[in-house]
Design a protein around this ligand. Structure first.
Ligand code: CO
Length: 218
């Protein structure tokens, strides 16, 4: 590897360590016990299921701190019934941490969603994108009518979030929790990266009322 590239990589890596030292100092200057208290345990009230995109970090965008938000991220904030990683996070958040709010947070300009809107092959990830294409199939009539590609992509991002909220509400984890308590809500949000602002899609649900007979488990 050329020496110059090696030096650049070392610089970017050491910047992370330096950033950590600076961050810890800025926090402990204000609250010397912050990390000592943090080490005692976590009691977050929110589970965030977001996209892996580097531009949508849960804590920074919501002004929250370590300990406030339990987080799961994957490409295009998908909630797939057979994804053991997502289901394990969901189960732990709902049944052990007893979170009160689950937020599916999509974002405009999502590379995964936009890729699913086209027909290029990308390799292994195509199998993940298929789940997003399944959402397109559900809403093809509405989406095909939007001629402007950006507008179509934006709407697809919103519909994908709505569909993932639905997917969560059909899991036995969520439905069994709803039988025991009334303070568990699922929300759908979209982040506009160009402004940093969050848009609430107002699709929150906290019971099985609108799921239909097939999906509302006994
Ligand atoms: Co994304």
């Amino acid at each position: 590897m050329p020496e110059k590239i090696k030096q650049q990589q070392a610089a970017s890596y050491s910047l992370l360590i330096q950033g950590n030292r600076d961050y810890v100092k800025s926090v402990t200057d204000v609250d010397p016990d912050f990390f000592t208290n943090l080490a005692k345990g976590q009691h977050p009230e929110v589970l965030w299921i977001g996209c892996a995109d580097s531009r949508v970090p849960a804590n920074s965008l919501t002004g929250t701190r370590p300990g406030d938000v339990f987080v799961h991220r994957n490409i295009a904030n998908m909630c797939i019934h057979s994804d053991m990683s997502m289901l394990s996070v969901l189960d732990y958040a709902v049944n052990i941490l007893k979170v009160k709010h689950i937020i599916v947070a999509g974002h405009y300009g999502c590379g995964g969603v936009l890729a699913a809107m086209g027909n290029n092959q990308f390799g292994l990830i195509d199998n993940w994108l298929r789940h997003i294409k399944d959402v397109y199939r559900l809403y093809a009539r509405e989406l095909d009518q939007i001629k402007d590609e950006k507008q179509r992509g934006d709407r697809f991002v919103e519909l994908n979030v709505i569909e993932q909220v639905h997917n969560l509400s059909t899991t036995s984890i969520i439905q069994n929790a709803w039988k025991e308590r009334f303070d568990l809500h699922i929300h759908g949000w979209v982040i506009d990266i160009s402004t940093g602002l969050i848009k609430d899609l107002n699709v929150s649900c906290s019971n099985t009322d609108n799921l239909g007979q097939v999906f509302a488990l006994q």
